[in-house]
Ligand binder design. Structure first.
Ligand code: SF4
Ligand code: SF4
Length: 469
C-alpha cells in the first residue's frame, strides 16, 4: 500500500537553523500532539500545501523516495496508508471515549448569582442557591456513581454564577462528595471557576484541604484599569489588585503547595491590545510561577449579542500570538500548542458528564443554565432523575455523528483531533466556533522553534499554504 502524508501533519512555513547546525521546519502532528523539527526534505514530503514533485520530461523525478525515512515517518503516524480514513478513525475514537469514560464529571452551580456585572456575559443572574432537597439528591447521585464500579474517579467543577456566592453550599456538598469517593475507593478532584473576588486565605485553605479543590481558574481581563472597567463589581469598585495579592499569597503559602491556578483573560476589542502591560503586572506580582498557567479566550456569544466587543476571527488569531509573546517575555507559563488529542470535546458530548444548576435542574451543556432562551433545555430535576442512571440524552450527544455526516467542516479540518469541533452549541446556532489555533497554528510552530533555540533562515516558505485544512 502506498503511503501518503497524514492529513493531521501541519508543517510550519519557516525554515530554521537549529543550534546543532541542522536546517529544520517544525511539524505538528495533531493526531498525537507531538511536534517534530524535520529536515527540509522530510518537511517537503509531509507538506500537502506544496505541489507534488513532478516527473521530468524523461520520466525521472528529482528526489528518490527514501525507504528508511518513509518507515520512520509511518512509525510515528506522519505517513499513513493511502486508503486510511483518518477522520473516521478520529471520530470513532471520540465516540468510544465519550461512551467508555471512566471518570464521572459533575459541573455544579451552587449559586445562580454573581457579584460582577460583565458586559459580555450572557447569563441572567438570580439570587438562588441549591436547596437542601436538591443538595441531598445530588449527594445521593454522586454516591451512587462512586459506588457503581463504573468509574475510577469523580471530577467536580464548581461553576456559576459565582460559585463563592454560595461558599457554604460548596463546602457542604464537597464534604459529601469527598466522603463518597473515599468510601468507594475512587479518586476525587475538583476545580473551581471563579471571578476571584471572594477568595481569601481562609477560604483557600478550606477549598484546598477540605473540598479538595486542586485547580482554581480566575478571570482577569487586563491590567488593573481595564480589568476593573470590564469586570465591574455590582456594588462598585475594582478587584484586580486584591485578586492578584490573594493568588500571590497562596503561592507563598506552605500549606497550599499543591494548589494550582489558571488565569484566563476574556479578550475583546476593549483589551486585545493590552497583553504587554497585563503580563508585566502579573509578573511583577509574582505570578510568573510554575503553578500559574495563563491563556487568552476570545469573548464569544452565549446567545447574547457580543458584536460590539468580540474580535473578528483573523484578528483574534493575531491578538492571541501577541498575548503569547507577552506571556513569554515576562516569564508567564502558558500552552503554546495542544499537548494531545481532545477526544471528548466537552461535557455536552458525553453522558458521563452533567451540569447541575442552582435550581436543581440538570443540563448537558454549561451554557444552558442561566442563559435566557436555553434554560428550558434541561433534562429533568436532580430530585426526580433515576440516581442510578446516566443523565438523559442531551442536544449534543450526537455530536460525533454530526461531524461524521459533514454537517460542519470539521471532518476535513487538519486540527480536528486537538479541537474536536470546539463547541457543538455554537455550530448549531450558526456561529462557527473555530479557535484561533486554526488560523495561527503555523505561527505558533514558529514560536515553538524559536523557543527551542532555532533561528529563522528566511521568511515563510513561499509554497506553504495559509490554512491548515
Ligand atoms: S471547529 Fe473549526 S477548527 Fe475546530 S475542527 Fe471544526 S472546523 Fe476545525
Ligand atoms: S456545547 Fe459548547 S457551550 Fe456547551 S458545554 Fe460544549 S463547549 Fe460548552
Amino acid at each position: 500500500m502506498p503511503l501518503r502524508p497524514s492529513r493531521y501533519a501541519v508543517v510550519g512555513r519557516t525554515e530554521f537553523r537549529h543550534p546543532s547546525g541542522r536546517v529544520v521546519r517544525p511539524v505538528l502532528h495533531t493526531a498525537t500532539g507531538r511536534v517534530f523539527l524535520a529536515d527540509p526534505a522530510t518537511a517537503a514530503r509531509l507538506d500537502t500545501s506544496q505541489p507534488p514533485v513532478q516527473a521530468g520530461p524523461d520520466g525521472t523525478i528529482a528526489e528518490q523516495v527514501d525507504p528508511v525515512r518513509e518507515q520512520q515517518l509511518a512509525a510515528v503516524g506522519l505517513l499513513v496508508d493511502a486508503d486510511r480514513d483518518e477522520a473516521a478513525e478520529t471520530l470513532a475514537a471520540s465516540r468510544a471515549a465519550a461512551r467508555d469514560h471512566r471518570v464521572r464529571n459533575t459541573i455544579v452551580m451552587p449559586s445562580a448569582y454573581c457579584n460582577m456585572g460583565c458586559g459580555y456575559c450572557g447569563q441572567q443572574h438570580e439570587r438562588r442557591t441549591v436547596s437542601g432537597v436538591h443538595r441531598a439528591a445530588l449527594a445521593a447521585r454522586i454516591d451512587r456513581a462512586a459506588h457503581s464500579g463504573r468509574y475510577d474517579a469523580l471530577n467536580v467543577r464548581w461553576f456559576g454564577g459565582e460559585p463563592l456566592m454560595a461558599f457554604a453550599v460548596l463546602r457542604d456538598l464537597s464534604r459529601s462528595f469527598v466522603a463518597s469517593a473515599d468510601a468507594a475507593g475512587v479518586r476525587y478532584a475538583a476545580k473551581l471557576v471563579t471571578n476571584g473576588v471572594l477568595l481569601d486565605a481562609r477560604k483557600l485553605h478550606t477549598l484546598h484541604q477540605q473540598c479538595r479543590v486542586g485547580l482554581i481558574e480566575i478571570t482577569l481581563d487586563g491590567p488593573a484599569e481595564a480589568h476593573d472597567a470590564s469586570r465591574p463589581l455590582k456594588r462598585g469598585g475594582g478587584s484586580f489588585h486584591r485578586i492578584l495579592a490573594t493568588v500571590a499569597a497562596a503561592l507563598a503559602d506552605s500549606e497550599l503547595v499543591d494548589l494550582r491556578f489558571i488565569v484566563r483573560t476574556n479578550v475583546g476589542l476593549h483589551n486585545a491590545g493590552l497583553a504587554e502591560p497585563f503580563a508585566a503586572e502579573l509578573a511583577a506580582a509574582g505570578l510568573a510561577h510554575d503553578r500559574v498557567a495563563c491563556y487568552p479566550a476570545p469573548v464569544h456569544s452565549w446567545g447574547n449579542d457580543v458584536s460590539a466587543v468580540a474580535v473578528a476571527r483573523r484578528e483574534m488569531a493575531a491578538a492571541e500570538l501577541a498575548w503569547f509573546r507577552a506571556y513569554r517575555r515576562h516569564g508567564l507559563r502558558f500552552s503554546l500548542l495542544p499537548s494531545g488529542p481532545r477526544q471528548v470535546v466537552c461535557a455536552a458530548t458525553t453522558r458521563h458528564s452533567e451540569v447541575v444548576g442552582a435550581d436543581g435542574r440538570v443540563y448537558s451543556c454549561t451554557e444552558q443554565p442561566l442563559v435566557p432562551g436555553h434554560t428550558g433545555q434541561d433534562l429533568g430535576s436532580i430530585s426526580t432523575l433515576d440516581a442510578d442512571a446516566l443523565r438523559p440524552v442531551g442536544a449534543f450527544d450526537d455530536w460525533y455523528d454530526t461531524v461524521a455526516a459533514g454537517e460542519t467542516p470539521c471532518r476535513g479540518c487538519a486540527i480536528l483531533p486537538v479541537c474536536g469541533g470546539a463547541c457543538p452549541k455554537l455550530w448549531r446556532e450558526g456561529a462557527p466556533p473555530c479557535p484561533p489555533l486554526r488560523d495561527n497554528v503555523r505561527e505558533r510552530l514558529d514560536l515553538y522553534a524559536a523557543d527551542a533555540g532555532c533561528v529563522p533562515l528566511h521568511e515563510a516558505h513561499p509554497a506553504a499554504g495559509a490554512q491548515p485544512d
